[in-house]
Design a protein around this ligand. Structure first.
Ligand code: DX5
Ligand code: ZN
Length: 226
């Protein structure tokens, strides 16, 4: 089955002294989405950026011809709802959260969608997919973590491949148009395996921002995807 692949560079590995330029550079290099990792030093042991930074970057998130580039917010925060609302207000296009961080998962999804954003659920390497039994009809995206959340530059955890296959079966069975995104340890040399397992959207932080030639890396990833 042919899928439209999307590459979503994670700003976590960008140069924070020139964040705006980094966003523009990675978009010119071919980024489809901008992945925005929000960490709260509570749900994960790290602290990053909030809605004010998202709002500041929003006007830069477009291609040279003016086509908008979606902001893909990955919330690693607990609780979820107040920050999700703040990110919707700040210009997020997609908002994903970890179901184990929300007391009422369905309500959180409804609130994100009511605010005009697409909603995603994120599963850690050790978290089962059970909530999908009840949520698949109501979401736009599933994000599978192939590292434990909190830091860039970690090694890909292979059991994520089995989980991606499982999610792919569930999405196909649902007949719904749901993106299957993978986050953590994605490189040019493993992206094809991850796609073969069923993923269609790929977050990459250190693999892209760790190199000088962003277009070279994104091009090599697309080439590997075929
Ligand atoms: C980790 C973040 C990732 C991170 C991925 O908690 O969710 O988005 O930036 O970094 P790499 O691609 O370096 O593994
Ligand atoms: Zn992420």
């Amino acid at each position: 089955m042919s899928r439209t692949y999307r590459i979503s560079p994670s700003l976590l590995s960008a140069d924070f002294t020139r964040l705006g330029e980094e966003v523009q550079d990675v978009i010119s290099a071919g980024a489809d989405w901008i992945h925005f990792d929000v960490m709260d030093n509570h749900y994960v042991p790290n602290l990053t950026f909030g809605p004010m930074i998202c709002k500041a970057l929003k006007p830069l998130c477009k291609k040279a011809d003016g086509t908008p580039v979606p902001i893909d917010v990955h919330l690693m925060v607990q609780p979820v709802d107040a920050l999700a609302a703040a990110f919707a207000e700040a210009g997020a296009d997609l908002i994903s959260f970890h179901p184990d961080a929300s007391t009422h998962v369905h309500r959180s999804v409804q609130a994100i969608r009511a605010a005009g954003c697409q909603a995603g659920l994120v599963f850690n390497p050790g978290t089962p997919l059970d909530v999908l039994d009840w949520m698949i009809e109501d979401i736009d995206l599933v994000l599978i973590m192939s590292v434990n959340p909190g830091f860039g530059g970690q090694a890909f955890i292979d059991s994520a491949l089995r989980k991606i296959e499982d999610v792919r079966r569930r999405i196909d069975a649902s007949g719904k148009d749901i993106r299957l995104e993978v986050d953590g340890g994605i490189k040019t040399d493993n992206i094809a395996r991850v796609a073969a397992a069923g993923a269609d959207t790929f977050v990459a932080g250190s693999a892209i921002f760790g190199q000088k030639d962003y277009a070279g890396v994104i091009g090599a990833m697309r080439k590997a995807l075929g």
